[in-house]
Design a protein around this ligand. Structure first.
Ligand code: ADP
Length: 546
């Protein structure tokens, strides 16, 4: 039976428009033409100018025959050219492939080949890697040398410079509004710690929504001054490349994550917001006193990408930062859950507050749903804070799928959910807490041990700066926890017995580390601790015997 609402009320060009974050730039350029959009060292770009530069990029690509459905790759740190690519590339219907600037040449070469890149923009700091990655690549993309004034003065790889390329374009060109919001906007490769990376394809609609969700969650507005401590190549900077523009805030670029640059930038530009993995927060906490600066205002910090230990959250609060905890993956455009603050937490002491905030929480308002399920039956686990299951997500900010890898896409979308591969519990208040990546869980004498739970305790040890816990083969228990620990700079020596004793007072017997190894921890190019390497090291120690 048709309803009265089914007649004559079809979508039309006036009431149904494809969602795209590109519209944010047009609006910002119109509303705030003279406002500073981008700060880069001594350089300033207004929103009016940013709009024209992005149109030039789109037009220059178009004049070189690059357009709808083509891939444009960029290898660069957080500089204006990478921000502009987030607009100029999709403005011509092409797909932006922002490549992790810390990757090796072989992986970059794989990405260029797999994505069929038609153009490749390269910062001079990455020129050597790019040159090696391009070797033997057929057909060779158009290579553009980004001669960033704050980067190396020479040594670029490329057929022409970025600025001369922009000069080829028309600053007033009408850009191509996507006909369909499902059109791809970005291609982001996962880190691929076990094999070749997978190309995550994201669309205009999801990018629009996640940018809006982030802007609301993180309280962005026209007064926002956003410091680029989070790589733009990481899930398009968690969509903040688009979110900050949406509200007409100011982007402050940063070539390098270094506390000696971050603290002065916060003070000089009155930074209001920044994002970063917990490792970035640790760097700020353990920066030498001579580098640290005090500021009058509270800086909002969103952290995620790995679990922030509650000790890190508490230490940041003491330094004048307010921490929001986000969780996500490349496949869901970066942040997809957050630990939303509840009014009754105000009354808790700082340590108890930090423990609440260390949980991954609830879905972002633009994600339709999340649950923790038994992977075998797909049934939700009880909200008891104990039963372990897989965290699954559903909504419009889930990727289209993996590029040229239907099997992998089917696998993660099975049963109508996106499977994160993260093991979590659901608390009685509905907040989720990640316990481990499925492959990182330690099984000792048949009991599950969350490596994150043991790490959380280690981070509270006064001499510990970083810690990671993995499984070591154990003659009696099958596996037992092996802790890898980096001590704070200048900390008094700590020994294995002391660390284990500290854990004994705070953890159930079977969860205590049985082995402690001291030294620096191997990290991925995105700053995550490489547990698979540590697992190898733990295996190399041989089977543990009591
Ligand atoms: P990769 O999978 O290549 O490491 P991602 O950035 O997509 O790159 O990593 C997503 C993973 O990072 C998640 O599956 C999860 O294991 C971890 N992660 C992200 N945010 C958090 C967080 N807030 N707490 C715990 N783990 C997190």
């Amino acid at each position: 039976m048709t309803s009265i609402y089914d007649q004559g009320l079809d979508p039309n060009a006036a009431n149904h428009v494809a969602l795209t974050p590109l519209s944010f730039l047009d609006r910002a350029a119109q509303v705030w033409p003279d406002k500073v959009a981008v700060i880069h060292g001594p350089y300033r770009t207004t929103y009016g100018e940013l709009g024209r530069r992005c149109r030039r990029l789109a037009s220059a690509l178009d004049r070189r025959g690059i357009g709808g459905g083509d891939t444009v790759s960029v290898l660069a740190p957080n500089i204006p050219a990478l921000l502009e690519s987030h607009y100029g590339v999709p403005m011509v219907g092409a797909v932006l492939n922002a490549i992790n600037a810390r990757l090796d040449a072989a992986t970059v070469g794989f990405i260029l080949r797999h994505s069929g890149a038609k153009a490749f923009l390269v910062d001079r700091d990455c020129a050597e890697v790019a040159r090696a990655a391009l070797e033997g690549l057929e057909p060779r993309p158009l290579v553009i040398d980004i001669a960033d004034p704050l980067g190396p003065a020479s040594g670029g790889v490329g057929d022409l410079t970025y600025e001369s390329f922009l000069a080829e374009g028309d600053p007033d060109v009408a850009w191509a509004w996507p006909e369909d919001e499902w059109q791809a906007i970005g291609l982001n490769y996962t880190s691929g710690t076990t094999g070749n990376p997978k190309g995550v394809v994201v669309h205009h609609r999801g990018a629009f929504l996640n940018a809006m969700g982030n802007a609301i969650t993180f309280g962005l507005g026209p007064e926002t001054v956003y410091l680029w401590t989070l790589p733009m190549f990481h899930c398009n900077g968690w969509c903040y490349t688009w979110a900050v523009t949406a509200v007409g805030g100011t982007h402050v670029c940063l070539r390098k994550v270094d506390p000696a640059l971050i603290f002065p930038a916060i003070a000089e530009h009155r930074i209001t917001h920044l994002c970063g993995a917990p490792i970035v927060l640790s760097m700020l906490i353990h920066a030498p006193e001579t580098v640290k600066r005090r500021f009058e205002h509270t800086v909002e910090v969103a952290t995620g990408g790995a679990a922030p230990p509650s000790a890190v959250i508490a230490a940041m609060s003491q330094m004048g930062f307010h921490v929001t905890h986000l969780y996500g993956l490349t496949e869901v455009y970066g942040p997809s859950t957050l630990c939303a603050w509840q009014a009754d937490w105000d009354a808790l002491d700082p340590e108890a507050q930090a423990l609440k905030v260390a949980r991954q929480g609830v879905n972002l308002l633009t994600m339709s749903g999340q649950d923790v399920i038994d992977p075998a039956t797909m049934a939700p686990v009880p909200a008891d804070g104990v039963t372990l299951g897989e965290l699954v997500l559903r909504g419009n900010t889930v990727m289209k799928g993996y590029l040229k890898n239907g099997d992998a896409s089917d696998e993660v979308f099975r049963g109508g959910w996106f499977h994160t591969g993260d093991l979590a519990v659901k608390h009685p208040d509905g907040y989720v807490e990640i316990k481990d990546r499925a492959k990182d869980i330690i099984i000792s004498g048949g009991e599950n041990i969350s490596s994150l739970e043991v790490e959380e305790v280690l981070y509270r040890h006064p001499q510990v700066m970083e810690a990671a816990v993995v499984a070591r083969p154990d003659a009696k228990w099958g596996e037992s926890p092996c802790a890898f620990v980096t001590l704070k700079p200048g900390a008094a020596a700590a020994d294995e017995a002391g660390i284990i004793g500290f854990c004994r007072e705070r953890l159930a017997g079977f969860k205590q580390p049985r082995t402690v190894v001291f030294g620096p921890l191997p990290k991925t190019s995105t700053g995550k601790i490489q547990k698979f390497q540590l697992r190898g090291q733990a295996r190399a120690l041989g089977e543990r015997r009591e």
